[in-house]
Design a protein around this ligand. Structure first.
Ligand code: ZN
Length: 131
């Protein structure tokens, strides 16, 4: 017997009856599926900025040294040599197939919200000006 309770989190619970009196349940991830979910997590912005590839309309740039025309599949910046651990797309919907491909090939890369990045960068710049 297989049933799928609404709150099973995408998992299917399969009941295996061993005899008439004892039944036990095995939680199996049969129905698990992958989706992009936006999450919130605290980061040290300087650390993130040093390892972010910003992807605009047509090309990428290094958030650390501002080098432009960086290919999306570059694992590191050709100028400052920093590894790209984060990628922020200006228009994620326009680059959906690219994001799916990167997510499959480079499972360690984290996609970040472009506006979040720009907002934090602006706040940092404003603080520096006020110093
Ligand atoms: Zn760089």
């Amino acid at each position: 017997m297989v049933y799928r309770p609404a709150d099973a989190g995408g998992h299917t619970r399969q009941e295996i009856k061993t005899d008439d009196t004892i039944g036990f349940y095995v939680i199996m991830p049969l129905m698990s599926f992958e989706r992009f979910l936006r999450i919130y997590k605290k980061f040290y912005f300087d650390e993130v900025k040093a390892h972010t590839l910003l992807y605009g309309v047509l090309s990428g740039s290094c958030a650390n040294c501002k080098t432009m025309d960086i290919k999306l599949d570059s694992p590191q910046c050709p100028s400052c040599k920093n590894a790209f651990k984060y990628i922020a797309f200006m228009n994620p919907r326009d680059h959906w197939p690219k994001m799916l491909k990167i997510a499959q090939e480079r499972t360690d890369v984290i996609f970040m919200d472009y506006d979040d990045f720009k907002k934090s960068e602006g706040e940092l710049r404003a603080k520096d000006i006020l110093k």
